[in-house]
Each structure stands twice: as structure tokens, then as C-alpha cells.
Design a protein around this ligand. Sequence first.
Ligand SMILES: Nc1ncnc2c1ncn2[C@@H]1O[C@H](COP(=O)(O)OP(=O)(O)OP(=O)(O)O)[C@@H](O)[C@H]1O
Ligand SMILES: [Mg+2]
Length: 335
Amino acid sequence: MIKLAIDLGSCVTKIYRADASNGIVLAEPSCVAVAGEEHEVRAIGKDAKKLIGKTTEWTNIVYPVYEGRIVDKRLAAAMLKEFLSRVGLGSALKRAETVFSVPCGIDNGQLSDYMDLAEECGLKKAHFIEAPYLAALGAGVSFAEEKPVFCIDIGGGVTNVAAVSSGGMIAGLSMNIGGNNMDANILEKLAKTRGLNIGFLTAERIKNEIGSLSPNARGTTVAEGSSATTYLPASVSVQAFEIADCVRVYIDKVLEYSLLVLNKLPAEVAADIHQSGIYLSGGVMKLPFLAEYISKKLEMSAHICEEPHFAVAHGGGVALRDKKLLTKISRALPD
Ligand SMILES: Nc1ncnc2c1ncn2[C@@H]1O[C@H](COP(=O)(O)OP(=O)(O)OP(=O)(O)O)[C@@H](O)[C@H]1O
Ligand SMILES: [Mg+2]
């Protein structure tokens, strides 16, 4: 039977196949380009992302699932249907078993939106699992024992911080902090200090190329945009130290909230977590020296998997291959 784990991220949708062929089969921007009053769909995924900042006033870019919530049901269904067709499983999809990642602490109303989405896309056998469980599984945690683990996932729009065990969520919180905030910060800083207006795609590229948590980061890149004074096309060379703060302020916020969660843990849970360390996931964890920075600030060892941006989708695959675990950690469905 075809088994798929679906992570509808704020920035990137990932689909992982957990049957015969194990692996990521799709990773595309979670956006749709729409035009006109009726919001007619013009482009989906990578084709839509290319248009960001370059569209006419009649075309908008919409992220139909944002910060874990389905904000536009019609476009979310159009997007997921298209992605599933790009995966190329055809009519076999009807019999697929799927796991959807859903936000930590999702209420029944929002969960119903996910159930409707699965049904609309013809996915009859769908399970819904809260993201921190999947992030932990994908980051290498085995829930074989009841031992709690602590995980931090920093994505494009959301950060989840949670202490979880297979028995349930012990403590956790979800905050609207992610790579997008860092990109916006870089964009503002270059306008202010270098007189260069750049777009969000350029800001994201700069973060991904030279963002770092190392005090000695030395990278350089070229930022292209338009002059804030002459409005003519222009470019400047940007050095890593110039944008280091734009990234670090948000990491420090995440750490502040992580401490709040850690400080509330019962002593026995804290003891277990201190022993096992912190499990890190999410695309932002690709920033150089971030794991070391977090480990130092929280005074614990930190584990980061090879592809932290795929951890949630990989975790869905782990759950799909372990029926007992799948039943245990799936959300009970509202009637
Ligand atoms: N090399 C990199 N360095 C820093 N950040 C990166 C890198 N590669 C990707 N990112 C950032 O990771 C973020 C996307 O991560 P991820 O795919 O985990 O988010 P998401 O699952 O789509 O969103 P969310 O979980 O917040 O709903 C984006 O902000 C992206 O710019
Ligand atoms: Mg995510």
C-alpha cells in the first residue's frame, strides 16, 4: 500500500513516501499565484514562488496553509491536489495511507479543516499527528521507551518548542517566529544602512548564503535590488557580520521561550532531558553554528539531523511504518 507523509509547511510542502521507495518525493514552495477578482489559480509551487515580487497588480501570491493553519480551503486543496499529481501516483493514491503534520495543540475546528482537505484530495485513510512528535521522530528520537525528549523546530513561519514522550505532550509552545522574520529583518536593514531596496527572495537568499551564528562568520554575497535614493537598479556587497544580528535576535527569542518551557518541567522530566539533550529540526537549523549556539545557551547537548528541513516529513514516514506508534500518537478525530 502507498504510504505518504505530508508536511504542509508555511514555506515548503514536503511529501515523503514510506512504502516501497523510502524518501522525499516532493519539496515545493507552499504557494499559489492567483489572478483577478475570482482568485483564479495561475501557478502553483515553484512556478508561483518565482513570481514573488515580480507580479502585476492583478496577480497575488497566496500561502493557503500558514503557520500550520489552513487559511484558504479552496487554494489549499488546489495546491495539494497539484502536488499529489506531480508525485505521479495516479489512481493508486485513493488507497494511500497518509500522515499529515498538524500544529501542536490544534483545536477540533482546525483539525476538521485538515480532514476536509484530505477528503477533498481523495486521501481516505488519513492520520493527523502534532508536529513536535514528527519532528522528534525525524530527528532520530526513538519513542520505544516512555522517556521524554525536548525538541525545537524552527521553520519559515513557526517555531515549536516541546517536551514530548510517547505518552503525550508534557509541555510546549508554538510561536510565530521563523526564517521569514529574519528575511524581513535583513530587507529592512539593507534599506536603512546601505540604501538598497531588495525583495524577499533576495533577503532569503542572503540569509541562507551568509547567515551564521558564529561570531567569526566571514561570508560575503552580492545583494541586488534598487537604490533607495535614485530608484535605479543597484547592487551592494554584503558581509556576514552586517546581517548577523538580523538572524540572532529571533534565535534569542526562541531561546527565551525555550527556557520558559524548560523551567516549568517536573524535576524527573528535566533530568531525562538533560541526559538525552535537545533535538533540533526545521530549515532554519541549517544556519551554521546554530546547534552549537543553542547547546551553549541552554547548557545541554544538541542533536541535529542531516536534513533538518525534512525531519517532520521523515518523522511521518517513521510513524507510518510503525502501526502501534501511529495509533498511539495520532490525534483522535472529532465526530
Ligand atoms: N541554508 C539555510 N540557512 C538558513 N535558513 C534556511 C536554509 N535553507 C532553508 N532555510 C530556511 O528555512 C525555512 C524553511 O524551513 P522549513 O521547510 O522547515 O519551514 P516550513 O516547514 O515550510 O514552515 P513552518 O514549519 O514554519 O510552517 C525558510 O525560512 C528558509 O529560508
Ligand atoms: Mg515546518
